[in-house]
Design a protein around this ligand. Structure first.
Ligand SMILES: [Zn+2]
Length: 693
């Protein structure tokens, strides 16, 4: 036998073996097709993504080249079925890249990002495919389509146009180049911000400096130091936001300042993790992309597809609130300066806010935390509320493999006891996880594909020291309810086509179910059920409940102002015209923008400064951070509907599920809301809830 042939055969067998072992190449055999994390290796991602792109491209080309005339079935339904492998691997890979990354995953991400951008362009810019889509869209009213099919046709046509399908060939070439560069810069931004957030954690040698910090936090800081190989020291890790929770307690002003400065300088102090060049270039690229697609700036392009429709609608909602919220913040500041006996800076705000809260509301954060133990909040709060409203039940599944030992998996059952979804909770902060809290998932619901939702909630709660309970702040409790609201939106999805499932809705609608769900955290029946002392099981004293309730509008001037500052900053970056030179100095640009919007308070910096504003540079919220406020109008107004109709009842919950949560993107969100509420949303309930009217 020719030895050369032998080698070739051996290589062939080896390649076949690798292909067989890659767990993404076939649907998982686990319940709900859950990812087999016990089998998935980091080396499986890249080959699966590459093979997934190859398969999807072949499938899409077969649809585009189909000699049969275009029909809904051979074009739209066929497209919805295509790309199964890529979808499978990307959901897992994308999830882990955010919540449990490592150098291998980051390398794959960096290498794959421009290829994936080019892959998507190869589909949306395929002229034969678009011709078929257009042919069906042109006759969509004449065809016998049901409402969901019609929505899918309109939606897909619109997505293709927004992605450049109507451009000339030379413009398509330009667009592809812009997309490629954008994908590379976005990946680089994410990597650098995570690296700098980890590198900027504050290391403390002397325990005495931590005076004021609750014992459980000190223990967590010691554990964080140990994790970094700094045994005997303490590490204050950074959260996503400008303000850092330990500043609420630290009595040492110099340390507060050190922590605050470490946070607000992230990505903006030179060196290899500096992102100033990246963000200015990204802003410019997006403006150029928008211009190519016929819009005056990126915000105009983005909002054209949102509920708000135009930047001035979003801007008006925000700028209308600036005067009231800054006035309230100034009053809060004056009250604190009286207590402090002198001027206070941004590093002092939380510390003195806490002092005022203790003095005026007699409410001490460390006094309430023992009543908010994580597991109890989850089972007896978040799950309990979902059961009261929607009748669903939960069972922990320890047999489903996880990607990290802190992750917990629950099976969710519908009212009739039938399986509904899988839910993963990944609660704790770690160096391999991006900051903030978010919802994603490993599978979406679709009756066409026969898939049920697999939803994940990620938080960044400080991990307690070994053997200690995780005691949350009320803010963190609210975060759990928030993310679970997103989860419900995915779990209750009841649609046929995967593109329209769950949270496939405009960005300024997507925060509606999540913020709506926050309301139940303080619902008396729910609160009484979960707020119990972690040691004794005693219910939280009624007096303490009353104090928490009263303190709800406390510090809202600050909270609203720091939010508005960030949201307006986002708009400022994304209303730069395409032909303007990129800003030379990020700090100067920020300052000028905030001054223009009349948010010029040195003591209230934006919730995120430009250089670590991951929502807009690394996530999907570019020209979209206003969405929280926009959705807040909806959620407060919807909650008012509940109050008008008997509150937390199964019937009301069912109605909300049927008319909002189960609909995904099958209907125009404004129409959907109107049908639920009986009218358009009103802003008054929002202003009232924040004490701004
Ligand atoms: Zn959210």
């Amino acid at each position: 036998m020719n030895p050369k042939n032998l080698i070739a055969i051996c290589l062939f067998i080896a390649a076949a073996a690798v292909a067989q072992e890659n767990p993404f190449f076939k649907p998982s055999t686990l319940p709900y097709q859950a990812p087999p994390f016990d089998k998935i290796k980091d080396s499986d991602y890249q080959p699966a993504i590459e093979e997934g792109m190859k398969q999807e491209l072949a499938e899409v080309e077969a649809i585009a080249d189909d000699p049969a005339p275009p029909t809904f079935a051979n074009t739209f339904e066929a497209m919805e079925k295509s790309g199964a492998l890529l979808r499978r691997v990307q959901r897992v890979f994308g999830g882990l890249a955010q919540s449990n990354t490592n150098p291998t995953i980051q390398k794959v991400q960096q290498e794959m990002a421009p290829k994936l951008a080019a892959h998507r362009d190869a589909i949306v810019l395929n002229p034969k495919l678009f011709a078929r889509i257009k042919a069906i869209d042109d006759q969509r009213d004449a065809l016998k389509l049901d409402a969901e099919q019609k929505q899918l046709v309109e939606r897909t046509y619109r997505d293709f146009v927004r992605a450049g399908a109507l451009l000339s060939d030379p413009d398509k070439v330009t667009l592809r180049a812009l997309n490629k560069e954008q994908s590379q810069l976005t990946t680089a931004f994410r990597k650098k911000v995570l690296a700098d957030t980890n590198a900027s954690a504050v290391v403390i040698d002397d325990r005495a400096m931590l005076d004021g910090l609750p014992e459980s936090d000190i223990a967590a800081a010691a554990a964080a130091a140990k994790e970094r190989g700094l045994e005997g020291k303490w590490v204050l890790t950074l959260q996503n936001t400008t303000q850092q929770p330990p500043d609420t307690y630290l009595k040492d002003r110099a340390l507060r300042e050190r922590l605050f400065t470490a946070s607000s300088k992230r990505g903006n102090h030179g060196g290899e993790n500096d992102v100033t060049q990246i963000v200015t270039r990204l802003a410019q690229l997006r403006a150029q992309r928008a211009k190519l697609l016929g819009f005056s700036n990126f915000a105009a392009y983005n909002l054209d597809d949102e509920m708000a429709k135009r930047p001035d609608n979003a801007l008006k909602l925000m700028t209308d609130m600036v005067a009231a919220s800054t006035a309230k913040a100034k009053a809060e500041q004056a009250r604190m300066e009286k207590l402090a006996g002198g001027p206070i800076g941004p590093q002092d705000w939380q510390f003195y806010a806490e002092q005022v809260r203790r003095a005026e509301y007699d409410l001490d954060e460390s006094q309430v935390r023992p009543y908010f133990e994580l597991s109890r909040v989850l089972n007896d709060g978040v799950f309990f509320a979902a059961n009261k409203l929607y009748g669903i039940t939960f069972k922990e599944r320890k047999d489903i493999p996880v990607y990290q030992p802190d992750v917990r998996v629950f099976e969710v059952f519908d009212v009739d006891g039938k399986p509904l979804a899988l839910f993963y909770l990944d609660p704790f902060a770690r160096a391999s996880k991006s900051g903030g809290a978010w919802t994603s998932g490993f599978a979406g619901q679709s009756s066409l594909l026969g898939t049920k939702p697999i939803v994940t909630n990620n938080e960044n709660f400080p991990k307690p020291a070994e053997g200690q309970p995780a005691l949350l702040t009320f803010g963190e409790v609210t975060t759990m309810f928030h993310e679970f609201g997103h989860a419900l939106h995915s779990m209750f999805s009841n649609v046929k086509y995967p593109s329209l499932a769950g949270s496939s809705v405009p960005r300024d609608f997507v925060e509606f179910p999540s913020q709506f769900n926050e309301h139940w955290a303080l619902e008396p029946a729910v609160f009484a059920n979960y707020a119990k002392h972690y040691k004794t099981g005693e219910p939280i004293p009624a007096a303490l409940v009353e104090k928490i309730r009263k303190a709800q509008t406390f510090n809202q001037g600050f909270a609203t102002t720091e939010y508005l500052a960030a949201a307006l900053l986002d708009m400022a970056w994304h209303t730069i015209p395409a032909d303007a030179a990129p800003p030379q100095d990020v700090n100067a640009f920020e300052h000028a923008a905030l001054e223009r919007f009349k948010i010029d308070m040195a003591a209230v910096p934006p919730r995120y400064h430009t250089t670590y504003f991951s929502h807009i540079w690394g996530g999907g919220y570019a020209a979209g951070y206003y969405a929280y406020l926009w959705s807040d109008v909806l959620d407060e107004d919807a909650f008012a509907w509940f109050k008008e109709h008997g509150g937390m009842t199964r019937a009301n919950g069912q109605r909300f599920r049927d008319m909002v949560l189960s609909r995904g993107g099958t209907q125009d969100p404004a129409a959907l809301y109107r049908a639920f509420r009986g009218r358009d949303p009103r802003v008054e309930p929002l202003l009232e809830s924040r004490g701004l009217m």
